[in-house]
Design a protein around this ligand. Structure first.
Ligand SMILES: [Cu+2]
Length: 239
């Protein structure tokens, strides 16, 4: 009975850990977030519980001497409360740096998209020359041909720039964001594993129509993407 319960629990844990996340590198953000949260909660409890206990135990009682016992320092205690936080901080710093490197380095098999922000939309160039202009039309709709189509389960590297002012390209499900700066090329990467439609927002206030800089990322299976990307490549018009 006990063994089977243990096995079931282990299976659940393994299943949870190996389940494919919706998007990369969002899963890395979540992992690092939970590590920081766990460390913070433990430290909070270590401080708060004894504090409450001491507040009650050593509260002032009538007739007691108001001055406490003088304390002249304790080397062992001081070394302990310096070394333990140092180890925790070094651990968090190395974890965060490893995460940062992963989040900044696109996998070598990424598809490269060139994205140029403009007032008020995104111009997207595919490797074969296909172009998509992604923005809300005057009726606040995004027609099918203005959706940014990408294959599911494949990393996408975005090379970003801007034609006018600073915008910011934010891929909501992947939790990644990067500024689009005129005259400069910045980059980010992401991968979405589940087909569907997802939001992209401009996340840097860029003027009166900033709220219109919304794009839809249409994630489709690889075969469907291959068909789509080769459609009408020769007669692209410019905006
Ligand atoms: Cu913008």
């Amino acid at each position: 009975m006990r063994v089977s319960r243990f096995l079931l629990l282990s299976l659940l844990v393994v299943g949870f850990a190996s389940a494919e996340p919706l998007a990369y590198p969002a899963n890395l953000f979540d992992n690092i977030y939970y590590i920081w949260l766990l460390v913070s909660v433990i430290i909070y409890l270590i401080v708060a519980i004894p504090m409450l206990y001491f507040m009650i135990k050593y509260r002032y009682k009538k007739g007691e001497n108001e001055e406490g016992v003088p304390i002249h320092g304790n080397h062992a205690l001081e070394i302990t409360w310096t070394v333990i936080p140092l180890i925790i901080v070094i651990y968090l710093a190395t974890q965060s740096f490893a995460f940062y490197k992963k989040q900044r380095t696109a996998p070598p098999d990424s598809m490269e998209l060139k994205v140029t922000g403009f007032m008020w939309g995104w111009e997207v160039d595919y490797p074969n020359g296909k172009k998509v202009f992604a923005f809300f039309n005057d009726k606040y709709q995004i027609p099918e041909e203005q959706k940014i189509v990408i294959p599911a389960g494949k990393p996408v590297k975005v090379l970003l720039t801007s034609r006018d002012v600073i915008h910011s390209f934010y891929v909501r499900p992947a939790k990644v964001m990067e500024d689009a700066v005129p005259g400069r090329i910045t980059h980010l990467w992401f991968q979405i594993n589940k087909p569907g439609e997802y939001w992209v927002f401009c996340r840097e206030y860029c003027g009166t129509q900033h709220s219109r800089m919304v794009a839809i990322l249409k994630v489709v299976p690889q075969a469907e993407f291959d068909k789509w990307v080769n459609q009408g490549v020769s007669n692209q018009k410019s905006l």
